[in-house]
Design a protein around this ligand. Structure first.
Ligand SMILES: Cc1ncc(COP(=O)(O)O)c(C=O)c1O
Length: 391
């Protein structure tokens, strides 16, 4: 052990984020419950994860059913449920526009999906540089961290990171001026979440696709937050006439059962050799059952169109409040509060409404379950209306 480290009494659970001041014991739909029986409306969605709400009965039943059949077998065996999950996800990704996505590699998290997307791009292009955007956030594994613009989590690790050029988002002139000829892949969140809900403009996405295509560079959409219906469409891939080469998905894909997915275009999938991608737990039966049930609930309950209706209600309802602007689309929204959002966040917490902060001190994030109730929306709107600046 290095000599500057000293033994100390520490909690059994290593701290990560500063947690809420109460434990959560149970969840149901858009609500969670603490140990005192208090109810909270969850506009944070367990960090954009609980797409179908907490413990949706159909998702819980599918997991329980699968657990009785087979909890796990690795990719050493063909599992019908894994094939069904891949086919179901590809069908979903192409259900309202052709996305160009044709094949899936299942893994366990957003970072792992991005790690593999970047690895595939490097292998298939033979190039070793990446490009990403200022404010982009892609995860904590080595290649994902290389393309993430968050110095506080990369400090001390710089020598392990792959070279990455960072472009300004939505800057067409900078895009035109950049030379992509040595770049394996450009990775982009179609809506930057962590940095404060900053959407990429459709014309910027189209120009990016044209420039990368011409330079033989892959385009990766990190749809870890924007995917699985959250923006009112299955994925951003395919919208605005833009088909990326690779798309990564995680968070809400299996309603909270850990799962990541790398979706590949037909041309990319055909070039990846068997054995290039692998994961022990990726595409495990429980996660696949949860994914299939999640997609079924999203489609059966019309949650994508509902997300757009709820967005509109939130936008209209926040007019005339301290929220100067609502950023984003569907149920990935940013509330811009000039002068600072932390006080509004604290006020909402007192009203038992959970929201997310962001890297922008003026922006709070809403990423609730897609089956958010009208009761929850009115509670949010009432709570924001009752907030007085300077509280
Ligand atoms: C856009 C985006 N990409 C990747 C990740 C990493 O996902 P995970 O925490 O599942 O590794 C996150 C996590 O917040 C994210 O927001």
């Amino acid at each position: 052990m290095p000599t500057h480290l000293q033994s100390a009494t520490v909690p059994a659970l290593q701290p990560t984020y500063a947690p809420y001041p109460f434990p959560i014991l149970r969840g149901e739909g858009d609500r969670v419950f603490d140990d005192q029986g208090n109810t909270y409306f969850d506009f944070y969605g367990g960090h954009c994860v609980c797409s179908t709400g907490h413990s949706h009965p159909k998702v819980a039943a599918a997991i329980a059913r699968q657990a009785k059949e087979l909890i796990f077998y690795s990719t050493a065996a063909d599992l019908p449920i894994r094939t069904q999950a891949a086919e179901g996800l590809i069908q979903f990704a192409n259900s309202d526009q052709p996305s160009g996505l044709a094949s899936v590699f299942f893994c366990n998290s957003g970072a792992e999906a991005n790690e593999n997307a970047l690895k595939v791009a490097a292998k298939l292009t033979g190039r070793t540089r990446f490009a990403a955007f200022q404010g982009g956030w892609h995860g904590r594994t080595t290649l994902a961290l290389s393309v993430t613009d968050d110095p506080k989590i990369t400090v001390g690790l710089e020598s392990f990171l792959a070279p990455c050029d960072r472009l300004p988002l939505n800057d067409l002139a900078a895009l035109e001026a950049f030379d992509f000829s040595g770049t394996a892949a450009v990775i982009l969140e179609p809506v930057q979440s962590m940095s404060g809900i900053r959407p990429a403009a459709p014309e910027f996405l189209r120009a990016l696709r044209a420039r990368t295509q011409a330079a033989g560079c892959m385009l990766i959409f990190d749809e870890v937050q924007t995917g699985v219906g959250r923006l009112g469409h299955p994925y951003v891939a395919g919208l605005h006439g833009v088909q990326p080469d690779l798309v990564t998905s995680a968070k809400g894909i299996a309603s909270g059962v850990p799962m990541g997915a790398l979706l590949l275009s037909g041309a990319v999938a055909a070039a990846v050799k068997s054995g290039d991608l692998g994961s022990t737990f990726g595409g495990g039966p429980l996660a696949c059952a949860a994914l299939l049930a999640t997609l079924q609930v999203i489609l059966e309950e019309g949650l994508m169109s509902k997300a757009l209706i709820l967005e509109d209600m939130i936008r209209q309802g926040l007019k005339g409040t301290c929220v100067a602007e609502v950023l984003g689309t569907g149920l990935l929204l940013g509330l811009k509060v000039p002068g600072g959002a932390a006080k509004l966040k604290a006020h909402l917490m007192k009203q038992r409404i959970l929201v997310g902060g962001s890297g922008d001190p003026e922006v709070l994030r809403l990423m609730p379950p897609l089956n958010l109730s009208l009761v929850a929306v009115s509670a949010l709107l009432d709570a924001v209306h009752s907030f007085k600046q300077g509280n």
